[in-house]
Ligand binder design. Structure first.
Ligand code: PEP
Ligand code: MG
Length: 582
């Protein structure tokens, strides 16, 4: 019998349409779909090998967490990690497991789960309350080892093209999936500017977030269409629906072909004002596309993926190789490398739990606490800068002290390279992200110390309006056209002008046509946009007069409500641009 068609609606997070099989991903270990195999097909040697590797990786992760935790936690809380580490180093326990694997020809994860269960039972029945509470630590440890043990199998489950369906995806999950044949992503949770959404856009993969309970309603036997324009997932679509989407995909290809005609044309307004248009870059494998299609600067290179892919901070040499690759490939254009903005939602899942991670240990705060990590990254960037086309950008700056301390460390890194006789660009520009309201209020002072500002509107909206960028519950309050946000941008531009420095916008706001009209009018000198929107924004710039954009901006900063702003911008858009834009 034909399965009924069902439509699920969420928030459109990344444009595009895909048709294909789902891969329902559950991050919690108990639901990993790993079959228990009969002993006749088990390779004892492989199982023991996998077990050793999983334990080794878990120890590595815990050591990392332990060293970060030492900075922040008191003795008592540190003991939790110490206890987990000593457990992981317990050869007696591991030998028992390996012994059972070879005697019983069972898979490592089966034996490990059984042995941990025995341990948990003993702990739970203890008379001592403190010991009973330790069961949670064992549970966390169990999940860590199992995740490492089953990782390979989990990934191999999506070797065929699939639309990933999940409750939520961490940025690291998304990166892991993106290296496979990923057709789309739909999640129960998440907001339009969560990092999962950003990464999907960077990868040009359709994504829909905030779908409530889609992960409970789809099974791997279904067939799906994901519509990243309208924010829909259609389960088991009818013939006519498939036909309709087939035509949509064709239409979109046609629009893209038309836009490609703009690739070689300059980014300038009708009245001849040139507006610098650059692109954001998440992954090195996007570089070729950027060079061949846009030939522009990279206005924001996020480096967190280096951390997320490795699960650890990469050493100087491997970072240097990545940055040099970028510098050489983009040359003669420039790349603005943002130093690690770990934290918020961009940290490995259970490492440093905070109740408000976006207000916690994030970005420059971590780098200034963990100076060696920061210095390592700075030396790697500096070494790759000898061609003169790299810039350094500092995230999450909230005041002068952080700027001064960062500049001191940059000087220190330069000194270290001089001692080693290694070359770097002595005049490398250093700028800051303006994304925390306190930095806007102090922008005039901060501007005296740096070479440029780049406004991170994703966070600036979040922190100005006290609305979590990640939350599906409050996503309607996350509003870039809020008058307070627009005035913050206006203040930053004015502060940049006073200091005679350059100011760009690298947050997603720059990639929105309506907003970019306004940003150009406000005097932003560079828009760094996601590559998916690059040509559309160029089209917009080529359709407007700079003088009109200025008039729009002048009026908008005086408006008092979101509705007034939106209505006015929509009217102006119709008046100055009309139907000319796709
Ligand atoms: C921003 O906050 O606008 C930004 C560009 O940085 P991220 O999205 O990585 O926080
Ligand atoms: Mg930010």
């Amino acid at each position: 019998m034909l399965k009924p068609e069902q439509i699920f609606k969420g928030i459109a997070a990344s444009k595009g349409i895909s048709v294909g099989k789902p891969f329902v991903y559950r991050a919690e270990v108990p639901s990993y779909k790993v079959d228990v195999l009969p002993s006749s097909v088990i390779s004892v040697e492989n199982e023991i090998n996998d077990y050793n590797l999983a334990v080794k990786q878990s120890i590595k992760e815990l050591n990392k967490i332990f060293s970060l935790a030492q900075e922040k936690l008191d003795e008592k809380n540190l003991q939790i990690f110490e206890a987990q580490l000593s457990f992981l180093n317990d050869e007696f326990f591991h030998n028992k497991i390996k012994d059972r694997i070879s005697r019983e020809s069972k898979q490592a994860f089966v034996v490990f789960k059984e042995e941990i269960q025995i341990l948990e039972n003993a702990i739970v029945s203890s008379a001592d309350e403190y010991i009973r509470e330790r069961v949670n630590d064992i549970e966390e440890l169990k999940n860590r080892v199992l995740r490492n043990l089953l990782k390979g199998r989990l990934v191999s489950k999506i070797t065929e093209n699939s639309i990933v369906i999940a409750k939520n995806l961490s940025p690291s999950d998304t990166i892991l999936f993106s290296s496979r044949n990923l057709l789309g992503i739909a999640t129960d949770l998440g907001g339009i500017n969560s990092h999962v959404a950003l990464i999907s856009r960077a990868l040009r993969i359709p994504a829909v977030v905030a779908m409530h309970d889609i992960s409970l309603n789809i099974t791997n036997d279904d067939f799906l269409i994901i519509d990243g324009y309208k924010g829909l997932v259609i389960k088991n679509p009818h013939e006519q629906t498939i036909e309709y989407y087939g035509k949509q995909i064709e239409k979109n290809r046609e629009i893209e072909r038309k836009l490609e005609e703009l690739e070689k044309l300059p980014s300038e307004t009708k009245d001849g004002k040139s507006v610098k248009l650059s692109t954001n870059l998440e992954f090195n494998n996007e570089v070729d596309y950027v060079v061949t299609h846009f030939g522009c600067d990279v206005g924001l290179y996020r480096t967190e993926h280096l951390f997320m892919e490795e699960g650890d901070f990469p050493d100087e040499e491997s970072q240097y190789i990545q940055y040099r690759f970028l510098a050489e490939h983009i040359y003669p254009k420039s790349v603005t490398i943002r130093t690690f903005d770990i934290g918020g939602d961009k940290i490995l899942p259970d490492s440093q739990k905070e109740s408000n991670p976006f207000l916690g240990w994030r970005g420059i705060r971590i780098c200034l606490d963990k100076k060696e990590i920061f210095l390592t990254q700075l030396r790697a960037i500096l070494r790759a800068s000898s061609g003169g086309n790299l810039k350094i950008m500092l995230p999450m700056i909230s005041g002068i002290e952080e700027v001064k301390k960062s500049l001191e460390l940059i000087e220190k890194a330069k000194g270290q390279l001089k001692e080693r006789n290694q070359k770097f660009d002595e005049k490398i520009e250093v700028g800051v992200m303006i994304e925390v309201p306190s930095a806007v209020l102090l922008a005039e002072e901060i501007g005296k110390f740096v070479d440029f500002f780049s406004i991170g509107t994703n966070d600036l909206v979040q922190y100005t309006l006290a609305v979590d960028r990640d939350s599906s519950l409050v996503h309607e309050l996350y509003e870039k056209f809020h008058p307070a946000v627009l005035r913050m941008i206006d203040m930053t531009v004015k502060a940049a002008k006073k200091n005679n420095i350059h100011v760009s916008v690298c947050g997603e706001m720059a990639s929105d046509q309506y907003a970019s009209l306004l940003l150009v009018g406000l005097g932003i000198t560079e828009l760094s946009v996601i590559s998916l929107s690059y040509l559309q924004i160029k089209k917009l710039i080529r359709l407007i007069n700079y003088s009109d954009a200025q008039k729009v901006a002048e009026k908008v900063v005086k408006l008092k409500s979101i509705n007034e702003v939106k209505e006015y911008i929509e009217d102006c858009f119709k008046k100055y641009i009309g139907e000319k834009i796709a």
